[in-house]
Design a protein around this ligand. Sequence first.
Ligand code: XIL
Length: 377
Amino acid sequence: MSGCGGGGGATTPAAPPPVGTPPPPPPPVSNAPATGLLRDTFRNNFQVGTAITNANAQSSSASADLAVDQFGMITPEYELKLNNIAPNEGSLDFAEADDLVDWAIGNNMTVRGHALVWHAATPDYFLQGSPADIRLRLEDYIAAVMDHFRGRITIWDVANEVVSVDLYRGDEGIGPDRRSNWFEAVGNADYLDWAFRAARAADPTAQLFLSEYETENAFKRRWVIEILQRFADRGVPIDGVGHQFHLNLDTDPALALAAIDDVDNQFMGLVNHITELDLSFYRDPGTCWESETNCIADIGPTAPDGMLATQAQILRDLFTGFVQRSSVDVVNFWGVKDDDSWLNDVPVERYNYPLLFDRGGDPKPAFLAITDPSYVI
Ligand code: XIL
């Protein structure tokens, strides 16, 4: 340690460079953030994670390097979904998921398991037969998958996107349970009880989540709370709520933070995870999601500065709010670089800019806004 008092120590001055020696080159200029900055910034508050695919992780891509440097956790983007592990009746294929999970653990990251039950990732065979047949198939599947990853995955989204209201479909009147393929096949929402009970039995040490989109919408959130209350009444085990938070540049951060507060205010002892955070540059009408009509025009390959600044401010406000809420244990982005994002393809193909790193792997204003309090947006 060198003090700055400069009190009389016998230091040998460095020899002057020989005449004619060129000055040393300046340090390389880099926009790259210091290693570990993101995971370090919030170390005392929550884990920061990202979704990543196995292909991306194994390809020594910039996203893989950034994930290892910056994030403490990953969520396999599709490798753990039912249609990937069990595309056909009677066999389970863990190869891709194992690859990715072991990559993460080998790089000192933890893994969020996503997702055991999701309507969009359920092959037809899985929902055939009587409700009793479906129940048995589901219980066997959950037992097998959680057993396979025991000790490697300790957090599971047991159910994903099971809540009504889908605001784009206008199904306000139907009650808390989404009329999904699961609901229709079983005849009611009992499959949720089966799944959570099976998950608790399979690994009593695992944390179990219900993860949902648009919890930032107060109308929809009432249904989430109603399902949580039903779980409590029936003794269905659950540890936390996942808020996907697929937001956009019009989102008022206060509405998202209200979703956390609403869960806290139930006093059910549940924790909150942000499971799929991204901020789209498009605010499409519902018809764009429903039928790919009236979608907002492609912004093109250059992100406008004003939109980058808006994104940065929203994320700074969100992270400030997350830090203030002790029930927030995990904040997981849905991808590393802008070009990783599903939002370049969904609901239509367009350039989107929803994440913290740009297509070149450089940190965006949003990254700086959340990791550096002195950064001026
Ligand atoms: C998406 C992935 O990002 C895509 O790569 C995949 O093709 C489909 O699923 N809500 C969820 C996530 O819960 O699982 C979805 O992920 C995005 C919306």
